[in-house]
Design a protein around this ligand. Sequence first.
Ligand code: NAP
Length: 321
Amino acid sequence: MTLTDLAIVGVGKIARDQHLPAIRDGGQFRLAATVSRSGGVEGVENFDTLAALLQARPEIGVISFCTPPQVRYDAARAALEAGRHVMLEKPPGASLSEVRDLADLAQANGLTLYATWHSRQADGVAGARAWLADKRVRSVRIDWKEDVRVWHPGQVWIWQAGGLGVFDPAINAFSILTAILPVPVHVTGAELRFPSNCETPIAAEVVFAGPDGLTAVADLDFLYEGDPLWTMRVETDAGMLTLSQGGAVLDIAGATEGEGWGDTPGIHGEYPKLYSQMHDLLQAKASEVDLRPMTLVADAFMLGRRFEVAPFTDPTLEKDQ
Ligand code: NAP
């Protein structure tokens, strides 16, 4: 198969941990260049700015954005205006309206825009969706808890407006929730706990409702030590379905499927599927932009009662916010 030239913008934690291996091993794309302020990838041409890349490398047809959400929009818009297909890390932007604008621009120019949700590619998610399709869901309980100092060391942007705080991981849960439930849910209330020195919450509880008395609650915590707890329990008229380990393990009424993460908690096998999906979208000349997970987060911010909690400190940050 001929490899499609692709560039990565923002060579940070997720680019190095997941995107680079997925591109290297996937057999669909070739990493043709990077845009990085910190040097990029050894052996691959690097540009200081996206504008320089767009001008110098017109043959690179796909740009994959791995930067924090607050700096995505202008660059993604520039890439689309330059006729390039675009892939966005989650969350796809810092606001709903900017992502809608990108989707409209892609459609108007006949380009592919793929707003990725990596957690939807976890091993148990498709099976959960299939099983739930004809069930009546009564309630959902989400526990999405991890230690921010372990999973996001030194990431100042996560504590700045638009960085989402604890909703940066929680939006992964919401991406699974909206993918597997056979009916829609909406946020009815939230409690958001903001450290006194941060612009985004460090913990939250979000309450949802859906048709026929469906209720859901999400308990989110960014100061949870030990292995992360990324679990969703769905109570139905036909028994309990549980997704654990971020969606990697599926348990239906006591029957468990999925290898899970073994000794290494984290993301496994999700990014190769994202690049396969991008390849399929390019072939089909289609886009995929599902804003439901981000809408739930936005609604939690709109409806949430705000509480101030102790300041957040992280030795890996140069200074406290
Ligand atoms: P990160 O390592 O803190 O930042 C990513 C890279 O973006 C940085 O290394 C830098 O790359 C560039 N960058 C950072 N701040 C920038 C700014 N103000 N202006 C321009 N470029 C900037 O973050 P990350 O953990 O990789 O997360 C990036 C995105 O991936 C987020 O949306 C996050 O939600 C998502 N994600 C992260 C994880 C995870 O486990 N960390 C998992 C899944 C998804 P250069 O130095 O190359 O310029």
